[in-house]
Design a protein around this ligand. Sequence first.
Ligand SMILES: [Zn+2]
Length: 225
Amino acid sequence: MRTQMATEAGRTTAPSEDRALVGPNLLAVLDGVTAKPETGCEHGVGWFADQLSAEILRAAHLEPGEALKEAVEKAAGLHSGSCDLDHPDSPSVAIAVVQVKGDVLRYLVLGDATVVVDTKQELLVVSDTQTKRTAGAKASDVEHALQGEVALQDVRRVAVLSDGAARAVDLFNLFDWRQALELMAANGPDDLIRRMRAVEKEDAKAVEWPREKISDDATVVYLDR
Ligand SMILES: [Zn+2]
């Protein structure tokens, strides 16, 4: 299997709060929720995304839902002494995880991250853009995740994206998901981000495509067999 990754900050003036993970048996994209002025946390969203990423890799032997629950608990433990984790705007991330274990591919999506799985039978596109659910300080957050599994032998390719990258398809309609996978197979995931940035630049005042952020942190992990 071949894995490729592309990530680019939405602005040149601030570090990206997206994280991409490629572990021995899992892929993940984390997208830190833009911090409010008050969060109860002295560390920040980037720090939180880093800690959660590290804990997910440590828990990668577990199934995605269990791994994320454990990672959330461990990350919370790292700052429960110094920060108010009951604050409603405590740092959190939208997250998508894909895990290959034995003959099964499992996926988990919490929030507006996207998993696309191209199988011999169908194209699965999984995202939760309707709710504001994210993974923050409480393991119970993970109960809202969308999860599923596919027989590995049926999987042709997989993409995991933050919403800042998925908007190439679901906001700008530059291509449909199947075409997006074709593009990534041919040119790599960085080409998807490059083409999307060109459109964002052309519509720099968000007139043609109304959107809150002109450009958002954009991350893609792409896997094919
Ligand atoms: Zn903190």
